[in-house]
Design a protein around this ligand. Structure first.
Ligand code: F3S
Length: 390
C-alpha cells in the first residue's frame, strides 16, 4: 500500500504505540484486500461492545489502547451492550455487570459516543456519498442501501482502528466500480409486513453470498421494513448493499426470482418452537425507530402483558428519550422498554427464557445458538397478540 509521509511516521511508531497498532491493523487489512491507499472517513461505528459476545480477553487490549492515549479522530458510535441498568442489570448477576462497565469505560476514555445502538443513523444520519467505517452488519447494509453512505462491513477491531486513525483502506464498496449490482432479484410476491421482508433477506443472504443485487418488486417499501431486509440479508450472507431503484443496471445477466413459497419456507425454518406461548416477546431488532415505538404503544394501549410472559422492546437511549409518551404506554401495559441493549447480545438463557417470539428474522436466526432458545417468527400484530391478554 502507498502511505503518505505522515502515515509512514504513524506506521513507524513516531505517534505512539496505540496509533502504530491501529494503522498496522488497517494496512494489513488493506493488503489482504488489495487496497492501494488509506482514505479519510467521516464516521465510525464499533461493534463488539457486549461483554457476552466480547468476553474477557479483549478488555485488556482496549485498556492498553486507552492507557496509551488512543483517541478517535471522527464521530464514533457504539453497538448495544449486554445489559441495561434499569431492568436486566437488576435481574442478572453482579459479576456480569462490572466487566461490561469496564468495557464502556475504556471506549469512553477513547472518545467514543455511548450511543449503544445498532441504529446509529437515528442519532445522526451518515453523510451521503462520504466514506465511513461501520461494523454491525445490519447498519452497514442500511447505510449503503437506504442512506447512500459508503462503508465496508468492518469488524469491531478494524472499525475502532479506523476511528482512531480517521482513515480506512480503499477497497470493497468504497470503490465505485464495486458498488454496481451484479445480479437481479425479482420479488414475484407481495410482501405484506416486516417479517416477510426479513424472510426475503434470510433467503437472499443464503443465495447471493457476497453479490450485490438489484431488487425489483419492492416499490415504496417503508424504511422500517427495509431495515428488516438489511438485518436479515447480512445475517446469512456477505452482501453489504442492494439497489432498489428500477433503473440500476446489472453487470451480469444472472437473475433470481423469489416467490411466496420461498418466503413461507424461510419463516417456517425460523419458527421451530414447539410451545405456542413464548416466554419472551421481543421487538426491536434492529433497535426501534420512533415510528415503531409509536405503533407498538398504540397497539399496547389498554392491554395487559400475559402473566408468565416477558414483553421487551429494545431501542436506543436517544429514541427512548424522544418516545417518552410511548414508553409510558408500553410500560403501563406491563412491557419493558430496554435501551442500549438487545436480546441477542444479552443473557436471556440465565433468566430461564426458552422460547422467544419476535418479528425479527435476525433474532429468530440467532436465538437457538446465542440465546439457547427456540424461536417463533411472526409479524408485529401476532407478536402483540401472543404477548398481551384479552
Ligand atoms: Fe441490533 Fe441486536 Fe439485532 S445489535 S441488529 S438488536 S441482534
Amino acid at each position: 500500500m502507498h502511505l503518505t509521509r505522515e502515515e509512514e511516521r504513524v506506521y513507524e511508531g513516531d505517534c505512539g504505540w496505540a496509533n502504530q497498532t491501529c494503522i498496522r491493523i488497517l494496512v494489513r487489512l488493506g493488503e489482504l484486500f488489495g487496497a492501494e491507499k488509506l482514505i479519510p472517513i467521516d464516521s465510525a461505528h464499533v461493534s463488539g461492545v457486549s461483554y457476552k459476545t466480547l468476553g474477557d480477553a479483549p478488555i485488556e487490549f482496549l485498556r492498553a489502547l486507552a492507557d496509551a492515549g488512543a483517541r478517535v479522530k471522527v464521530r464514533t458510535t457504539l453497538n448495544p451492550q449486554s445489559l441495561d441498568s434499569h431492568y436486566l442489570g437488576k435481574k442478572l448477576q453482579k459479576d456480569l455487570q462490572e466487566p461490561q462497565l469496564d468495557i464502556l469505560r475504556q471506549f469512553e476514555r477513547m472518545g467514543l459516543t455511548q450511543s449503544l445502538t445498532c441504529t446509529p443513523y437515528y442519532l445522526q444520519r451518515p453523510a451521503r456519498g462520504l466514506h465511513h467505517a461501520w461494523a454491525e452488519s445490519s447498519a452497514v447494509v442500511y447505510a449503503n442501501s437506504v442512506l447512500g453512505a459508503w462503508t465496508n462491513r468492518e469488524g469491531g477491531p478494524s472499525a475502532l482502528a479506523a476511528a482512531i486513525i480517521g482513515k480506512t483502506p480503499d477497497y470493497g464498496i468504497h470503490r465505485t466500480e464495486n458498488r454496481r449490482p451484479n445480479v437481479t432479484v425479482k420479488v414475484e410476491t407481495k410482501l405484506r409486513n416486516e417479517t416477510e421482508l426479513g424472510a426475503l433477506g434470510i433467503f437472499l443472504g443464503k443465495t447471493l453470498g457476497d453479490k450485490i443485487p438489484a431488487i425489483k418488486g419492492l416499490p415504496n417499501t417503508p424504511k422500517d421494513m427495509l431495515k428488516q431486509l438489511c438485518a436479515a440479508i447480512a445475517t446469512t450472507g456477505m452482501t453489504n448493499m442492494f439497489h432498489l431503484d428500477s433503473t440500476s443496471r446489472t453487470r451480469e445477466t444472472e437473475k433470481i426470482g423469489v416467490d411466496s413459497h420461498q418466503i413461507k419456507h424461510a419463516i417456517e425454518e425460523l419458527s421451530t418452537a414447539s410451545a405456542s406461548q413464548p416466554d419472551l416477546v421481543f421487538l426491536g431488532c434492529p433497535h426501534c425507530s420512533l415510528n415503531e415505538m409509536k405503533r407498538i404503544a398504540q397497539l399496547a394501549e389498554g392491554k395487559r402483558v400475559r402473566v408468565g410472559t416477558e414483553f421487551w422492546v429494545c431501542t436506543s437511549c436517544h429514541v427512548r428519550q424522544m418516545a417518552r409518551d410511548y414508553v409510558k404506554k408500553i410500560e403501563k401495559a406491563g412491557g419493558h422498554v430496554l435501551d442500549g441493549v438487545c436480546t441477542v447480545v444479552s443473557w436471556t438463557e440465565k433468566l430461564g427464557i426458552k422460547t422467544i417470539m419476535t418479528n425479527s428474522a435476525k433474532t429468530a436466526y440467532y436465538a437457538p445458538t446465542l440465546n439457547k432458545a427456540e424461536p417463533l417468527l411472526a409479524p408485529l400484530q401476532d407478536c402483540l397478540k401472543a404477548g398481551f391478554q384479552g
